[in-house]
Design a protein around this ligand. Sequence first.
Ligand SMILES: *Cc1c(COP(=O)(O)O)cnc(C)c1O
Length: 219
Amino acid sequence: MSARSDELKHNLAAVRSRIADAAASAGRDLDEINLIVVTKTFPLSDVEILYELGVRDFGENRDQEGSAKAPQMPADVIWHFQGQIQSNKLKSISLWADLIHSLDEIRHAMLIDSLSPGKSVLIQISLDTDNENRGGVKPTELQEFVNQLTTKTQLDLRGFMAVGPLGQAPLTAFSRLREIVKDFPKYPVLSAGMSNDFIEAISMGATHVRIGSQILGVR
Ligand SMILES: *Cc1c(COP(=O)(O)O)cnc(C)c1O
């Protein structure tokens, strides 16, 4: 085994064990929690090592990287796109991404639906409390967004995604997220939690955690 394989194996085991502890202390079934390893900025060789270690869910933020890596990996990999969406990249993203986490504009939903009817998507929710716009649908506009998405498209809406906002305690932000998504039990996926806040996200109901640096190292 190479030094890099050893390192990734060790980090992956550590993260898996922290996920198991977080699930246990939240009284949740470990099977409900899916680990997505975010490989953005890291080479295909790392993706291959992680695949050998049993990882099947990978996340990317940029079309350029995802479209290069995805075709080189076996078909049982599930590719997640969680980056900011640009319309001119959607045609390519729709080809390689199995689940798009970061949908926050109806015109993008309609475009995805025309390129790849029935594609699986999550709606990104903004948890920002200031006037910054770091992406995501405002909670007050979520019901209307869901109505439009489900009436105007055939997309397979699975649930919601959020990023822990800057300057807020993760537990506070994710507990608010949990209250927001309670109104939408038909869409049970909740993608929340990154390297620095996945424990809190799991305690507040995350079904998918997106972890990069704790496994791959700093970017
Ligand atoms: C980069 C990124 C991640 C992974 O972040 P880490 O802090 O490296 O775990 C997860 N989600 C999104 C949206 C990201 O941009």
